[in-house]
Design a protein around this ligand. Structure first.
Ligand code: SAH
Ligand code: SF4
Length: 363
C-alpha cells in the first residue's frame, strides 16, 4: 500500500510526470481496495482540472462501409454478414436536429474508412450543412485521410478529430492488422500530425485487453498520448466479435477483467495527462450495461457520447457484439443516462465542451 500512496501523491502533487515503472505499477493493481484508491485519486484530478462535470456529444454513425480489414473489427471489409448502410444527408440532419432537441451542442460523426472522392465530398457537405442549421461543435472520426481531405473537412466546420492509434507499438499493431500498406502504423501515426497541423483538437486512443497485450504496451500507449500531445482520449476495452479473425481465436473472455483494465486506463490517463478530455466509451457500457459509463466517469472520464443515429441502422454498425442500446427507445435512453449522471453528483455541460488542454495551449 505504501508504494501506491507514494505514486498517487506524486501524481497529485508533483509537477514531474510518473515514470514507466510507476505507470506500470498502477496498471497492474488488482486489489479492490487499491483500485478504489486509484479511481478516487483520478477523480480528484478530474475535479481539479475539469470539475464534477460531463460533456455529452451526440454520436451519429453515418456509415459502416469500410475499405479496411482490421482483424478485431466487426465491420471490417471482409465480413460479408454485415448489412451495409450509408445515411443520407437528410437523415444526418434529422439526427442533428434530434441532438439539438436533446440539448447536445456537440456531435460526433463516425464511420468506416473510405477515402474515395464521393465519400470525401459527402462528409464535407454533411459537415457544412450541419453547421448551417445550428451552432454545433463537430468531431469527426472517419479514419485515415490525406492532408487535403482533413483540411476540407476542417474548412467545412469540423474542429475535433478522433483517430485512435489502436496501439502505440508498431510491432504489436502489426499483429492486429493485415500486413499491407493499407494498415500501416507509420501512415496512421503521420495522420495524427496532419490532423494536429490542420488545426483540429486531436483525439487518439487505444483498445485495452487485446490478445497478447502486456502492461508494458499500455505504459507505452500512455507515453505516446503525451508525446503526440493529445487533447482528447477515447479508449475502450477490446470486445471479441466472432465474425472476425481475432474473435474466432478467442476461447475465453472475462468481462469483469476487461472492464477493470478499461477503467484503470482511464484513471491512469487522467493522473498522467491531467487536463485532457477523456471519453467514457460505449464499450464500457457493453461490458456493464447498468453502470459501465458511469464507472468511467468516476474513474476520471468526462465525456459521454450517446448514440443519436437512426435505430434502424444500428444493427449494421456493430464493431463488436452486444453493442448496447440498439433496441432501446432513444428518449428513454437519454432520460436514464441523465438520471444516472445526476445520481453520481455530476452536472451536464451544455456548451461545446472543448478540451481544456487545447484551450491552455491557445493562450
Ligand atoms: N473507421 C474509423 C472509425 C470507426 S472505428 C477508425 O478505425 O478510426 C472506431 C474504433 O472502434 C476503432 O478505432 C477501434 O478502436 C474500435 N473498435 C473496433 N473494433 C472493436 C472491438 N472489437 N472492440 C472494441 N473496440 C473496437
Ligand atoms: Fe474499418 Fe475502423 Fe473497423 Fe478498422 S476499426 S475495420 S478502419 S471501421
Amino acid at each position: 500500500m505504501e508504494q501506491l500512496d507514494k505514486i498517487l501523491n506524486k501524481a497529485l502533487q508533483d509537477s514531474s510526470p510518473l515514470d514507466r515503472e510507476e505507470l506500470g505499477f498502477l496498471l497492474d493493481i488488482t486489489d479492490p481496495g487499491q483500485l478504489q484508491k486509484l479511481y478516487r485519486a483520478a477523480y480528484q484530478m478530474k475535479e481539479r482540472y475539469i470539475g464534477r462535470r460531463v460533456s455529452l456529444r451526440g454520436l451519429i454513425e453515418i456509415s459502416d462501409y469500410c475499405v479496411k480489414d482490421c482483424l478485431y473489427c466487426g465491420i471490417r471489409k471482409s465480413n460479408a454478414n454485415v448489412p451495409r448502410f450509408a445515411m443520407t444527408k437528410a437523415e444526418i440532419l434529422q439526427a442533428a436536429e434530434l441532438g439539438r432537441e436533446y440539448g447536445y451542442s456537440s456531435l460526433v460523426l463516425q464511420s468506416g474508412e473510405r477515402s474515395d472522392p464521393a465519400f470525401v465530398d459527402f462528409v464535407e457537405d454533411a459537415v457544412r450543412s450541419i453547421r448551417e442549421i445550428g451552432d454545433f461543435g463537430i468531431t469527426l472520426s472517419c479514419g485515415e485521410q490525406t492532408r487535403e481531405t482533413y483540411q476540407r473537412w476542417f474548412d467545412a466546420g469540423a474542429h475535433r478529430y478522433l483517430l485512435r492509434i489502436e496501439s502505440s507499438d508498431r510491432e504489436f499493431y502489426g499483429t492486429l492488422h493485415p500486413a499491407d500498406s493499407l494498415h500501416d502504423w507509420d501512415k496512421r501515426r503521420h495522420c495524427l500530425d496532419l490532423i494536429r497541423e490542420t488545426g483540429y483538437q486531436l483525439g487518439t486512443g487505444v483498445m485495452s485487453g487485446l490478445p497478447g497485450q502486456k502492461t508494458s504496451h499500455l505504459v507505452s500507449d500512455l507515453e505516446f498520448f503525451r508525446e503526440v500531445d493529445a487533447d482528447m482520449i477515447g479508449m475502450g476495452p477490446y470486445l471479441p466479435h466472432h465474425e472476425t479473425p481475432m474473435g474466432k481465436l478467442i476461447t475465453s473472455f472475462d468481462p469483469e477483467k476487461a472492464l477493470e483494465t478499461g477503467l484503470k486506463m482511464i484513471a491512469v490517463t487522467r493522473l498522467f495527462l491531467r487536463d485532457v478530455n477523456i471519453a467514457s466509451t460505449t464499450a464500457l457500457q457493453a461490458l456493464s450495461p447498468a453502470d459501465g459509463r458511469e464507472r468511467g466517469l468516476l474513474a476520471g472520464a468526462n465525456v459521454i457520447m450517446p448514440n443519436i443515429g437512426d435505430i434502424a441502422y444500428r444493427r449494421g454498425y456493430q464493431l463488436y457484439e452486444n453493442k448496447p442500446n440498439i433496441d432501446e427507445n432513444r428518449l428513454e435512453t437519454r432520460r436514464k443516462l441523465e438520471e444516472s449522471i445526476h445520481a453520481i453528483g455530476e452536472t451536464i455541460i451544455h456548451g461545446w465542451g472543448d478540451s481544456p488542454h487545447f484551450a491552455a495551449k491557445q493562450k
